[in-house]
Design a protein around this ligand. Structure first.
Ligand code: SF4
Length: 357
């Protein structure tokens, strides 16, 4: 059980664990654990003093021996379009980013699963700092709880697409999603897990039998192009990855989202679009095109002109592949993942932009 100083950290514990803990540690009846779970998750309350249906003496004891969360927001940026980006400082001083995205019909959050990332995608800010550690389930769900306190409306959708590769921290990510499902009532159909393509873990996620949407960062239709921008492709190539996505659909019946970052002259030609259409033929999927949001990068990546994006999209659509273009949000803040953290650490803002995590 995680502790800070000498106090037990409660965020991240399931209702069953909280029930056991109140019995074993405090000698209280198990239903007090259920009450705690409701306060911590559904009501997003952090102060025991505000948990008004607990007896005063119990609240005092809780203050002495426990803590809801040791994590705190250390920086916030608000965009005119309603996007709120936060940096969460963890108990060990590490920081991760999380984003609140209010839309007319839903409120979505984008959460991190690791401090840093080992995957080394060439277009990504987080990749620059390398990998530090996995987040715990409590640290993942706590990002959502902090964002909920900043939102007037209930959070309805969760995307694991912040810093880190979620499938390399699958157990904790699943524990966090389970907590969000069980305690916050967020359906698995409203959850998306994004991956650069850790193929064995795609099968491990499929084996959970949960209707979670899988978003695959494909970004190129052939191994040569993809390996240049995503080192992971040297381990699992395009064909193996697309087959895993097909199998994920067969297991879950959830349509796959393929993310495709368009980099001018790298992966945005009509030939690339035709190749992509051929590779995805028969895969129940949606392709989400993301024109690169220009910032200087070591590779000198450029955003394609609008006409190139339109042509790419038209080729996919002519082949019967449903295609969308990502609505870019938070343009007036450091909307790219990794940028706020870099700034806050006093380092220069990274010269690359992250499009997914
Ligand atoms: S894009 Fe995602 S997987 Fe790739 S390096 Fe960045 S955080 Fe890691």
């Amino acid at each position: 059980m995680p502790t800070t100083e000498t106090r037990t950290v409660l965020v991240g514990l399931s209702r069953a664990q909280l029930r056991e803990w109140v019995v074993a540690t405090l000698g209280e009846p198990a239903y007090r654990g259920t009450q705690l779970a409701q306060w911590i998750y559904a009501k997003a309350v952090t102060e025991f003093s505000a948990m008004t249906d607990l007896p005063a003496a119990l609240r005092t004891r809780l203050n002495e021996c426990a803590l809801v969360s040791p994590n705190a927001i250390s920086a916030t940026q608000r965009s005119k379009d309603g996007t709120v980006k936060c940096l969460l400082r963890l108990a060990d001083g590490n920081e991760v980013e999380c984003v609140l995205l209010p839309y007319d019909d839903r409120v979505s959050v984008c959460l991190s699963t690791q401090v840093g990332c080992a995957m080394g995608c060439r277009f990504c800010a987080t990749a620059q700092g390398g990998y530090t550690r996995n987040l715990t389930a409590g640290e993942i769900v706590d990002q959502l709880l902090h964002l909920q306190r900043l939102s007037e409306r209930r959070i309805t959708h969760v995307v694991l697409m912040g810093m880190g590769e979620p499938l390399l921290n699958l157990e904790n990510a699943l524990d966090a999603l389970r907590l969000m499902h069980d305690e916050l009532g967020i359906g698995y159909r409203r959850m998306t897990v994004s991956t650069v393509g850790i193929v064995p873990k795609i099968y491990a996620l499929a084996a959970q039998n949960l209707p979670i949407t899988l978003a695959v960062s494909l970004h190129a239709p052939d191994d040569e192009t993809r390996a240049k921008i995503m080192p992971v492709n040297r381990k699992w190539g395009v064909d193996v990855l697309i087959q895993a996505a097909r199998d994920y659909f067969e297991a879950t019946k959830r349509r796959i989202t393929f993310e495709y970052l368009l980099l001018r002259g790298v992966n945005d030609t009509p030939e690339h679009a035709q190749q992509l259409a051929a590779k995805l033929r028969g895969v129940p999927c949606l392709v989400n095109l993301i024109p690169f949001n220009y910032v200087p990068t070591p590779d000198g990546f450029q955003r394609p002109e609008a006409a190139r994006v339109r042509r790419f999209r038209a080729i996919l659509e002519a082949a019967g592949i449903e295609t969308t273009q990502r609505v870019e949000r938070g343009h007036d803040i450091d909307a790219a993942c990794g940028q706020l953290r870099g700034k806050h650490l006093g380092k220069p803002i990274p010269q690359v932009v992250q499009v997914r995590g």
